[in-house]
Write a protein that binds this ligand. Structure first.
Ligand code: ISE
Length: 339
């Protein structure tokens, strides 16, 4: 594979995450520059490009990928547009960082995986950024070293202050729990084999029709059980945490830290407001790792297999939500490229 000097990146999608990645590559990341930006909204994409030296605006991803200044692609468009963008990048054999989800369903994720396999080498890093968070990495290294023995269970919590308009029960799985799906598979190094969803009486703060909170249970191939409390209209801030229960002890991450205050007869501190603030460092580290590996001509991090497996668990999760049943996860055999 080619190795690069300064990597010319085309950022596809300039919504919340895309715009944040443009800023990140422009201001934080070394070894890369934003060579092109793409958005269907012509006025918006021009405004974004205007602020960056040598950056060309496009409304068509294929045209941006054909730009001679573009060496790699960061896909941050809505999930349903990912498949076409990924296949377009494969047609030019361009390295890709693809925001989660890889694609929104297992059938399209499998098509992407097969197309990458046809290239004969990995091209995609999937944006499961929690793998780059310092706390999650510390927990992963404790588990990998077997510090407290074999992990038996994980307890996850995932709370958002509120949800954007139009947020649905299915999005609670696809957008939110997809992170716990990925960290479960990564931390335990096991596939998830079945999903169950319990839906307590909803909070009065949830929009009409949203079953919030929910309790999601995973079983793994290794016999572990993992629970996730998902509460996306908790009202008080953003909290993501994970406690691993092992044979010889437990380890927990995700309690808010920062400045601890004593005043007026009370003690405490601030709760992080949202995921952009909570995972800012993880996003930075994720993009820097992608740029560094790409410049060396390598592909690292979460793969198309991880994106496909997450999509398969999400599909089972949505069926479990709808039926109240235990739903088994269907996966193809893991191809050699991803072992
Ligand atoms: C959002 O899309 C994210 O990726 C956040 O990390 C997650 O906490 C939130 O629930 C999702 O909607």
């Amino acid at each position: 594979m080619t190795s690069y000097g300064t990597l010319g990146v085309a950022v596809i999608g300039t919504g919340r995450m895309g715009a944040d990645h443009v800023r990140r590559i422009n201001e934080v990341i070394s070894g890369a520059r934003v060579a092109a930006v793409v958005d269907l909204d012509e006025a918006r994409v021009k405004t974004v490009a205007d602020g960056i030296d040598g950056c060309t605006p496009y409304t068509d991803p294929a045209a941006a990928m054909a730009d001679p200044g573009v060496d790699a692609v960061l896909i941050a468009s809505p999930g349903p547009a990912h498949e076409a963008a990924l296949l377009g990048a494969f047609a030019r054999d361009l390295p890709v960082l693809c925001e989660k989800p890889l694609t929104p369903d297992p059938a399209s994720a499998l098509r992407v995986l097969e197309a990458e396999r046809a290239l004969g080498h990995r091209r995609v890093q999937v944006g499961f950024m929690r793998r780059y968070d310092a706390d999650y990495r510390a927990l992963k290294s404790l588990l990998d070293r077997g510090t407290y023995g074999r992990p038996l269970m994980l307890h996850n919590k995932h709370r958002n202050a509120d949800t954007p308009p139009g947020f649905t029960n299915a999005m609670m799985i696809h957008d939110s729990v997809v992170h716990e799906i990925d960290v479960t598979r990564w931390l335990l190094d096991e596939e998830i084999t079945a999903v169950r969803v319990l839906r307590p009486a909803p909070t009065g703060n949830a929009p009409e029709g949203l079953s919030d909170p929910q309790l999601i249970l995973f079983e793994t191939a290794g016999g572990q059980v993992v629970d996730t409390e998902l509460f996306v209209n908790c009202g008080f801030g953003y909290q993501v945490g994970c406690e691993a229960v092992c044979e010889g002890g437990t380890a927990r991450i995700g309690d808010d830290h920062g400045v601890f205050v004593n005043t007026g007869g009370r003690w405490g501190g601030a709760i992080t407001p949202g995921f952009v603030e909570r995972f800012e460092d993880a996003y930075d580290r994720q993009v820097q790792h992608w740029v560094d590996a790409t410049r060396r001509g390598e592909v690292e991090g979460p793969s198309c297999w991880d994106g496909y497996a997450a999509a398969a668990v999400c599909a089972a999760g949505v069926r479990a939500q709808e039926t109240g049943e235990r739903v088994a996860v269907e996966l193809i055999e893991r191809p050699a490229l991803y072992r």
